[in-house]
Design a protein around this ligand. Sequence first.
Ligand SMILES: Nc1ncnc2c1ncn2[C@@H]1O[C@H](COP(=O)(O)OP(=O)(O)OP(=O)(O)O)[C@@H](O)[C@H]1O
Ligand SMILES: Cc1ncc(C[n+]2csc(CCO)c2C)c(N)n1
Length: 250
Amino acid sequence: MELVTFNWNFTEFLSKKDHFKGSPYILIILNQPIQYPNNIFHTLWENAYLRICADGGANQLYDKFEGKYIPNYIRGDLDSLRDDVHQFFFLKGTEVQHVSEQDSTDFMKCIDLISIKEEKEEVENSSKYNVLAIGAFGGRFDQTMSNIHYLYKLKDERKIYLLSDKNMTFLLDKGKHNIFCDREIEGPACGILPIGVQRAILTTTGLKWNMTNVTTSFGVMISTSNILINDVITIETDVPVIWTVELQFK
Ligand SMILES: Nc1ncnc2c1ncn2[C@@H]1O[C@H](COP(=O)(O)OP(=O)(O)OP(=O)(O)O)[C@@H](O)[C@H]1O
Ligand SMILES: Cc1ncc(C[n+]2csc(CCO)c2C)c(N)n1
């Protein structure tokens, strides 16, 4: 059977607003310090169709930029959102949504909001918004793993890019992938992680250590500390795996 081909181009999100031709995306700000250079954050913010803070993500936005950027929504169980930040953004017109349910994270609650809006706007399945979630990796390993878990849960729904200032990560579903890299920003280090699967059979091009029908599996062999050597990386996988690449903003 013909394998599905997917194309990925993260750096299109970094083109200046007037030149942005990528698919529309929604920016979710998670609760980790915002450490991008200001111009990079500004571009990610400006290019986004909507901006949502997951609970304490609003504290990070407020502390870093002192109210220069006003999100459309703050959503979560609101156990991390500070009162002063709540009050400030509320008065500036942000819609603050309290969802008390304790079986999904604030990140997932933000994705739920996107689905609710898409349903209302009658967005077709093929045009669902991509998501760029910043602050996805950091102190707590359970939070980091939960963010990755949602890549699996939502893989048939939309493209989700998990970001920190040092990493960019997304899920490669079963099939063929062309990953277009801007090596001024992405790499050199990268990895392909067979998380959530027994094993993955991988074939790659564009890496220093390529694989041809290699079985990778935790406890046996996984490809980490690999190196980008082309601007286009191709990866074929028989099951979903995680692609991760380091970022360097100069
Ligand atoms: N240390 C971390 N590493 C990675 N992601 C994080 C971390 N801390 C928070 N996040 C992300 O930010 C979101 C909002 O986090 P926040 O700290 O405001 O709420 P929380 O109550 O600790 O988390 P939750 O209720 O979602 O479990 C989380 O859902 C998660 O996706
Ligand atoms: C088996 C199981 N483990 C942990 C939690 C707790 N939990 C999961 S997500 C979340 C965050 C809510 O903002 C919390 C508290 C649960 N419900 N079920």
